[in-house]
Write a protein that binds this ligand. Structure first.
Ligand code: GLN
Length: 294
C-alpha cells in the first residue's frame, strides 16, 4: 500500500478496488466497500456519507490484514462472517458451505407445500443443513410447522442453531447430528417434505473450482463422489421410507444432472413424478419428486 498524505475512506475504497482488480477478484468495488465497512463497523452507505474521513493508524492496520486474507482467496463471507440468504443475514465460517442464491430456488419451489393455513402442522426434514440456510428460510416463512435439520458435523450444527436463534425460529426446529438417515431410524411419523442441497460436484472436477471454493470451503459439503451423484442417489433411494404418501422430496443438483436424477427416481419406483426447476441463470438446478400416495 502506498503512503499518501492521508487515507480517507473514499481514497481507500478506490485504491482497494484497483488492487482487487489487479488480483482478478470479481466485483472488486463492491467487495472493497463491504470489507471496509465491515472493518470499521459501518454500513456501506456510511463510507460515502463520511467519504473524506481519515482512517486512524490502527484502522488502517486492521484493514490491511483483511485485504491480505482476501488476496489469499479467503471468501469474503468467511472474512465478514456473514452471508445473506433469503434476505436473512446468516453467520458462516469455514465449517459450513456459504449459502448460494441458487439454493433460494429450492426454498421458493417448496413454499407452496407449506402454505396451508387450515391444515395440520407439517413435518419437514433438511439433510445436510450446513449453516441452516434452507430450514431457517422455510421456518422464517412458516414457523407453524415442525422442522428437523440434520448435519454430520457438530461444528455446522452449532452455527445453524446460532442462526436459528438470531432469526427466532429455533423453537420450531429439532437438530440432529449424524449421517443422513442413520440417526433417524426412530423418528416416528413420516415427513411431508424432505429437502436437501447435498454435495453434488464430481470428485474429478473439484480441482477446477475457483480457489475461494477449492481452498476454503468444506470439501465434505461439495464433493459428490466419482460421478457427483453419490449422495443424490442415497437420498433418493432412502427418502421414500421417510416420506408420507404424496410427500415431496426437493433436491438441489448440478445443472447437468437432471437426466441422471430422473432415471434414479424412476428406478426407485416410488415417485409418481419428477419436476425439474431452473435457477436464476436458466440452468436445471432443483428436482422435486412426489411420493406415490398410499
Ligand atoms: N444446506 C446448506 C446450504 O444449502 C448446506 C449444503 C451443503 O453443505 N452441501 O447452504
Amino acid at each position: 500500500m502506498p503512503e499518501p498524505e492521508t487515507w480517507t475512506l473514499l481514497r481507500l475504497v478506490r485504491w482497494t478496488t484497483g488492487y482487487f482488480q489487479e488480483h482478478d477478484i470479481e466485483s472488486a468495488r463492491s467487495e472493497a466497500e463491504i470489507l471496509l465497512a465491515h472493518c470499521l463497523g459501518m454500513r456501506r452507505i456510511d463510507l460515502y456519507l463520511n467519504h473524506d474521513k481519515p482512517l486512524t493508524e490502527a484502522e488502517l492496520a486492521n484493514f490491511k490484514a483483511l485485504i491480505k486474507r482476501r488476496i489469499a482467496r479467503v471468501p469474503l463471507a468467511y472474512i465478514t462472517g456473514s452471508r445473506e440468504f433469503w434476505s436473512l443475514p446468516l453467520a458462516v465460517g469455514p465449517s459450513v458451505l456459504i449459502p448460494r442464491p441458487e439454493t433460494e430456488c429450492l426454498v421458493e419451489a417448496v413454499l407452496p407445500v407449506l402454505d396451508d393455513p387450515d391444515g395440520q402442522p407439517k413435518r419437514v426434514l433438511d439433510l445436510g443443513t450446513g449453516s441452516g440456510a434452507i430450514t431457517i428460510a422455510l421456518a422464517h416463512e412458516h414457523p407453524e410447522h415442525c422442522y428437523v435439520a440434520m448435519d454430520r458435523y457438530p461444528s455446522a450444527l452449532k452455527i445453524a442453531r446460532q442462526n436459528a436463534r438470531t432469526h427466532r425460529v429455533d423453537h420450531c426446529i429439532q437438530w440432529f447430528c449424524g449421517d443422513f438417515y442413520a440417526s433417524l431410524a426412530d423418528r416416528g411419523d413420516g415427513f411431508d417434505l424432505i429437502v436437501s442441497n447435498p454435495p453434488y460436484i464430481c470428485s474429478g472436477d473439484m480441482a477446477a473450482l475457483q480457489p475461494e471454493i477449492r481452498l476454503h470451503e468444506p470439501v465434505s459439503a461439495l464433493d459428490g463422489g466419482e460421478d457427483g451423484l453419490l449422495y443424490l442417489r442415497q437420498i433418493i433411494a432412502s427418502s421414500h421410507d421417510y416420506l408420507k404418501g404424496g410427500g415431496l422430496l426437493a433436491l438441489e443438483m448440478g445443472c447437468d444432472q437432471a437426466d441422471a436424477v430422473r432415471s434414479i427416481a424412476n428406478d426407485v419406483g416410488c415417485y409418481v413424478s419428477v419436476r425439474v426447476i431452473k435457477d436464476y441463470s436458466g440452468l436445471d438446478r432443483i428436482a422435486v419428486m412426489e411420493k406415490i400416495s398410499e
